[in-house]
Design a protein around this ligand. Sequence first.
Ligand code: GRF
Length: 186
Amino acid sequence: MKRIGILLSGRGSNFQAIHRAVERGEVQAEIACVISNVPDAGGVAYAREKGLPVHALSSRGVPRAEFDQQVIQILNDAGVELVCLAGYMRLLSKDFIAAFAGRIVNIHPSLLPAFPGLHAQKQAFDAGVKVTGCTVHWVDEGLDTGPVIAQAEVAVQPDDTEDTLSARILEQEHKLYPATIQAILS
Ligand code: GRF
């Protein structure tokens, strides 16, 4: 069984989708650890409820290189082979990228390279595009700049609001991310 690590900062709905896919055998992997830089993140509560190994470390006030060293150590101790960012709201240090070169993936709620960064759904909505979606990509030092692995499109409907559009993108994220992780692992 491949060992994956999840890094998150928030509600963790993508993490939950991955976990459900693992439980159903659709992702053939073990979630070896869950790490949050926000101790009271929803994803931490879910991980605890499911009995998964979870590390809640506040990154507040900790220098990036130092914080990332702690995270690298936890991932290595857990034998993690693939690092999956799931709403992890931090850029990774050079050392982190080097420690897991070519083994870090992220999900982003737009069709990259369009609309990187925060509030991608709002950016797409405000730009008036007809189609947006989500992207799973390899992670490098940039903000949502690594090579694209897989994408799912979502059509913008005339009566969409930012919220309804975001909800339909999230539905696609929950399918695309587990399927792409499985494809990478196999
Ligand atoms: C998702 O929209 C993901 O694409 C982005 O951050 C959000 C995380 O949501 N990177 P959740 O915590 O997985 O619910």
